[in-house]
Design a binder for this molecule. Sequence first.
Ligand code: CA
Length: 524
Amino acid sequence: MKQCKKVQIILTVVVICISLLAGCNASKQAIKNDAGKKQQQDSKYLVSDEPIELSIFLLDGIWHFDNEWPVFKKAEEMTNVTLSGTLSKSVSDGTQAFNLMMASGEIADIVQHYGKDDFFRYGAEGAFVALDDLIEQHAPNIKAFLEKRPDVKKFITAPDGKIYYIPYVTDGEVAEGWFIRKDWLDKLGLQEPKTVDEFYAVLKAFKEQDPNGNGQKDEIPYFNRQASPGNERSVSALYIFWDAYKDWCVKDGKVCYGPYEPEFRTAHENIAKWYQEGLIDNEIYTRGFKAREILLGNNTGGSTHDWFGSTAQYNDTLKDKIPGFEFVPFAPPGGKEATRRNPDSDGGWAISSSNKKVVETIKYFDFWFTEEGRRLMNFGIEGVHYDMVDGKTVFKENIIKGETPAVDQLRTAGAQIAIGFHQDFEYERQWLNPIALKGIDLYIENQYPVEQFPNLAFTQEEKKRLNEIMTPIQTYRDEMTQKWILGGEAVETSFDKYLQELRKMGIEEAIKITQTAYDRYMNN
Ligand code: CA
């Protein structure tokens, strides 16, 4: 505790010194400006008159920072800042490498990482510089972005009220939605279902009226491949039909735990009925990740909830195998979509306390939030990856239609790497299947996605206690929901006992902790 305070004092002194230095530099620059005018004209993004080099820790998935990445070379030309990666290509576990570096105390000037809790924790301990004043004074583009996006400011603010990292903010409002066999609907003379009751009726018709025409009742009306333990969405995709939630939710500003609410009971009464009537894949928990491929491929799957991009592709891959095959996105029955793409990627980059060029570094960070910097990170190099056509970035044919997926080609050049930047969904739109795009636009235009529960920041103590309570509760919830669906126990007779059990396990305390973090978040 004492040491923490000491670090904090030192940090404060450092920040004051930096602010003073920055003031000096500004006046120096004013004198220098006349002489350096030519250079200034060449690049309005210049961070320093002299070239500077900063070390960077970066491993984004399989991508190590590469000193030769063209995108960062281009940025170097404009800013005068060279980055130099600290990680060897043989390192494959980014989290482990991060932990090792933090424990060693030898921290790179710039640290890229997925895990905002780590930024918060090590920031509060003094290993990363608090950025609030630096942004205010030296990063006009980041500042403007945060003013325009208070939601982002909320999720990057640590429990101590400070900002320790610049986030990678993803773009695009929706990613997942509902799909149905349009050719089956046509064959049975049915319309796209708009309400939950209509959806039920359609699934029933799929089950009983042999839309695949093989004379057998082999159709599986609703299926879902996302049944992985811990991230089970195969059944919970249906919850929203009855206003139920699988995890944390908010009702009138109050935090609630979805499985502890009465709607959870209603949802499971209905889902159990659907399952018993054969409308839900009876192997939904065990069929696994290939369920979509298998059940579309053998012409038995009727409807699912999944990613737009990859699901729409089956229209191409199966068109020769299944004559008339049409698997199209449709509006969520009841008009509410439970998923929404979270702009909070949990990733970004920070400035370590041992960095000797803090002001230059935040200016460099700011470059990536300028229009040109953002375009560079999203689309790569003009003339190589894209052309400007009527003021719009248009990818070159070989990027979109090449053998390697567009995103991998971009990443090979250092674009679309999870540094602090704002992704632009346009980059993805240009290569998405038109059927997928139609679905995405339908969901955006009608604002189907419901408000998402935010990725809250907890203090270390809160986090520890919450884990103690919630880990067994989640296991118990999953056990009970499976029993209710598969018919091992009736919802009607066991729900009250289940609620009692949740109380015994400490759900009320967990709600209180989460409410505290939620209130703090809302005040950011
Ligand atoms: Ca059939």
